[in-house]
Design a protein around this ligand. Structure first.
Ligand code: AMP
Length: 466
């Protein structure tokens, strides 16, 4: 099988770290990963402002694990506010680092002390992810042997401040090696966190991926559809069939995805082309020109390739995959609704991508409205209406008259018409199960559940998060 290109290769990770990344399905680094990974690999201290859901665990975890020296001691310590987050982050790091022989242990209150001590002291774990209270308890009691973390990460620092852990953090650092690399991740940096940063970080690099100003144009109608991962392609086809966009821009996350999707769309009878950064400039110009002139109805592009695109009459923007950051979302949808025209922006999301969707809504204040994916019956009806409209308007070609005259000697005219329409229908067939995607009730249930879990694990909290 062809080896798929992966943008994480550029960081210079070992083969085994990359294997974890590929297995996790990461293809393109998120903005925080792009900015933080090279700086961390250089050994610098970092203060990074990034929200949950931005991929920050991998942003600090991958370079930290890449740098592990396998001394037989604990080398990487992640301090994190809640036990749920501790086990979540520990699992994510294990998932990413296991091929590089990384062992992880989560340490939090409410768990057997002797078992935790045994795991840390005798199992050779390189990474410990701990809540402040229990960690300080172990450190004060002198229970930990071989605990020499030289990379220390403070995750969700502002949350720890909210929860009253700031003094414990100060005390924990008194037990930690003086020569170390320290990384502080926080969604916001209130004065108390800035003060803490000054005492525990040395000459840190500041990284901020929090979007500043965002506003989505009013002329764009924004909708989202909730689907399962496997339904992505089918949902797109149905939406295209029902919307019948005269000029659509479809955004994918990777170059490979644009290639695969354009091949699929073409084979299903649509007029589409891919546009990505790996194409020769000449080829890109030809593709953009065909789209501009309406020779193709849809352009399937990556964010980077679409950057220089100047087309005023895009009727629809489809986010085949939701973008990582709100800024990209605003950029993408801003391709439609231009020059006083109305535009439609459609985003496909799976329940796992609610976090990203919520972040976009929170930062852009965008009224993105939920809608159900059209059923096959609805898509067919719409498809028929379009065809009827087209047939009514179509001018009659002289050669067609000649063919019908010859045919009608043997075959009935209604039969000929039915056959001709069948041929047209076959070109663009709507298929699959009648109903796909999640209903509004299912979506509500998932959102409710997530919000409930969140309120349990994140009390007290100041920010509205998903
Ligand atoms: P985090 O902000 O670390 O909680 O990550 C949020 C989610 O994004 C997790 O489920 C990660 O597995 C996933 N994720 C992180 N980085 C990437 C990436 N580069 N590509 C795709 N998914 C990612």
């Amino acid at each position: 099988m062809e080896q798929e290109l992966n943008d994480f290769e550029g960081f210079g990770f070992s083969k085994n770290i990359l294997k974890g990344v590929i297995e996790a399905g990461f293809k393109v680094p998120s903005p925080i990963q792009e900015k933080a990974i090279p700086v961390i690999l250089q050994g610098r201290d970092v203060i990074a402002q990034a929200q949950t859901g931005t991929g920050k665990t991998a942003a600090f975890g991958l370079p930290a694990m890449q740098m592990a020296r396998f001394t037989g001691e604990v080398e990487i310590l992640v301090i994190i506010p809640t036990r749920e987050l501790a086990s979540q982050v520990s699992d994510e790091l294990y998932r990413l680092g296991r091929y590089a022989s990384i062992q992880t242990v989560a340490v939090y209150g409410g768990q057997s002390i002797s078992r935790q001590v045994d795991l840390i002291n005798n199992r050779g774990a390189q990474v410990v992810t701990a809540t402040p209270g229990r960690l300080l308890d172990h450190l004060r009691a002198g229970r930990l042997k071989g605990f020499n973390p030289w990379i220390v990460i403070l995750d969700e620092a502002d949350e720890m401040l909210d929860m009253g852990f700031i003094e414990d953090i100060g005390s924990i650092f008194e037990f930690l090696p003086k020569v170390r690399q320290t990384l502080l991740f926080s969604a916001t940096v209130p004065p108390a966190i800035a003060k803490l940063a000054r005492t525990i970080l040395q000459n840190p690099v500041t990284i901020d991926v929090t979007p500043k100003t965002l506003a989505t144009p009013e002329d764009i109608e924004q909708r989202y559809y909730v689907i399962e991962e496997r339904e992505r392609e089918e949902a797109l086809v149905r939406l295209i069939d029902t919307e019948a966009p005269p000029k659509a821009l479809i955004f994918c996350r990777t170059k490979r995805e644009t290639d695969i999707l354009s091949t699929t769309m073409i084979s299903r009878g649509y007029s589409a082309k891919a546009l990505h950064g790996d194409m020769e400039q000449f080829q890109r110009n030809v593709t953009m020109d065909s789209f501009k002139r309406g020779r193709i109805d849809m352009l399937i592009a990556t964010d980077v390739a679409a950057r220089g695109l100047d087309i005023t009459d895009v009727s629809h923007v489809f986010n085949y995959h939701i973008p990582f950051d709100p800024e990209s979302y605003v950029h993408r949808i801003g391709r439609t609704g231009r020059a006083g025209k109305k535009g439609i922006a459609i985003t496909l999301v799976t329940p796992l991508e609610f976090k990203e969707l919520n972040r976009i809504m929170e930062f852009s204040g965008a009224p993105i409205v939920y809608e159900e994916v059209p059923t096959i019956t609805q898509a067919r009806r719409r498809h028929q209406n379009l065809l009827i409209g087209k047939l009514t308007r179509e001018h009659i070609n002289e050669e067609a008259v000649e063919i019908i005259q010859r045919l009608s000697e043997d075959v009935d005219c209604t039969q000929i018409a039915c056959k001709a329409v069948s041929m047209l229908l076959d070109k663009q067939s709507v298929a699959g199960p009648n109903r796909i995607g999640l209903s509004s009730r299912e979506v509500e249930r998932i959102m409710h559940k997530t919000a409930r879990q969140k309120s349990v694990k994140r009390m007290p909290t100041r920010r509205k998060r998903f």
